[in-house]
Write a protein that binds this ligand. Structure first.
Ligand code: CP
Length: 317
């Protein structure tokens, strides 16, 4: 594997899952593989889980790790070619990327949607510049449109907890005070569509996702109907995708919060969320603290998804 930005980069998903479970059974089995290799993680945005789990995964493989917070201590970076650089950004990404790649073997990049315009975000301008100019394998640690390390961890978790071969998985929009990207729901949909699960997306009208990500999912505007018989509830907020409202908060309707009453409509479903989560907006305390909540096992599996991806890239260097 050269780069990791979406589900297709993994190749055969069943084999990748087997590899993940093999790593989970003995996460130090490949501790020599990354010897004298360096992972550089570049963060344009904040992180808790991605930073710690990816660093731990690299360390399990014997790698060295460097972390750069672009907004803390680095030169401010210009990202647009052709700009007269007379403002507050003294360095251009077009020099910074090849320079960073001199010091490492693999680059991880976190760069969220900027919501300036939909086309720039959906063209993945930052991530693709890293792929084009770094000469190193690039791992997405959440880009403008996808969060593949999260989705891989989500899939590992569903495989661990599912009680039937073909569980019903429901991704539900839930309210949030701020404008959030579509990367996590896009990516989750992409990965669910790569399985043979029954996959349903539920959200208020106006929150339709990019059809390229929705794929074969059933879209159900009635949240309670969507929850009926579900085996997994995956809650997430996202902002509007449609061109005229792109990046906007159209609703903070608290009737969409995942609560105990709605969970009772399900097939004793597990509750999932990628974290961080706004309690009593996205989900009530009772549900996230219940024995059916998988938010911590999901976060724990971030180490496993990252290690599987790093291992596959190291093996191809
Ligand atoms: N789920 C996730 O990516 O968490 P962080 O934003 O804390 O990395």
């Amino acid at each position: 594997m050269r780069h990791f930005t979406n589900v297709h980069d993994l190749g055969n998903l069943q084999l990748a899952l087997q590899e993940a479970f093999d790593i989970k059974a003995d996460r130090y089995k490949y501790c020599e593989l990354g010897k004298n290799k360096t992972l550089m993680m570049i963060f344009f945005n904040s992180s808790l889980r991605t930073r710690l789990s990816t660093q731990k995964a690299a360390m399990n493989l014997g790698m060295n790790v460097m972390v750069l917070d672009v907004n803390q201590g680095a030169w401010k970076l210009e990202t647009e070619r052709g700009v007269v650089m007379d403002g507050d950004k003294p360095e251009h990404l077009l020099e910074a990327i090849p320079v960073m790649s001199c010091y490492c073997d693999i680059i991880g990049v976190r760069s969220f949607a900027r919501f300036e315009n939909r086309r720039d975000d959906y063209e993945e301008k930052i991530l693709n510049q890293f792929i084009q100019y770094s000469s190193r394998p690039v791992i997405s640690m959440e880009s403008a449109t996808r969060h593949p390390l999260q989705s891989f961890a989500d899939l590992i978790t569903i495989e661990e907890y599912k009680k039937t071969d073909r569980p019903k998985v429901v991704m539900s929009w839930a309210p949030h005070p701020k404008s959030l990207p579509q990367a996590v729901p896009n990516s989750f949909a992409e990965w669910m569509n790569a399985t043979d699960y029954e996959f349903v997306i539920t959200h208020p009208k106006g929150y339709e996702l990019d059809p390229a990500f929705v794929g074969n999912a059933r879209v159900e505007y009635d949240q309670e109907k969507a929850f009926e018989g579900a085996d997994f509830i995956y809650a997430k907020n996202w902002s509007a995708y449609n061109e005229s409202d792109y990046g906007k908060v159209l609703s903070k309707d608290m009737s969409w919060t995942v609560d105990e009453r709605k969970m009772k409509l399900t097939n004793n479903a597990y509750f999932m969320h990628c974290l961080p989560v706004r309690r009593n907006m996205i989900v009530t305390d009772d549900v996230i603290e219940s024995e059916n909540s998988l938010v911590i096992p999901e976060a724990a599996n971030r180490e496993i998804s990252a290690q599987t991806v790093l291992k596959k890239i190291l093996e191809s260097l």
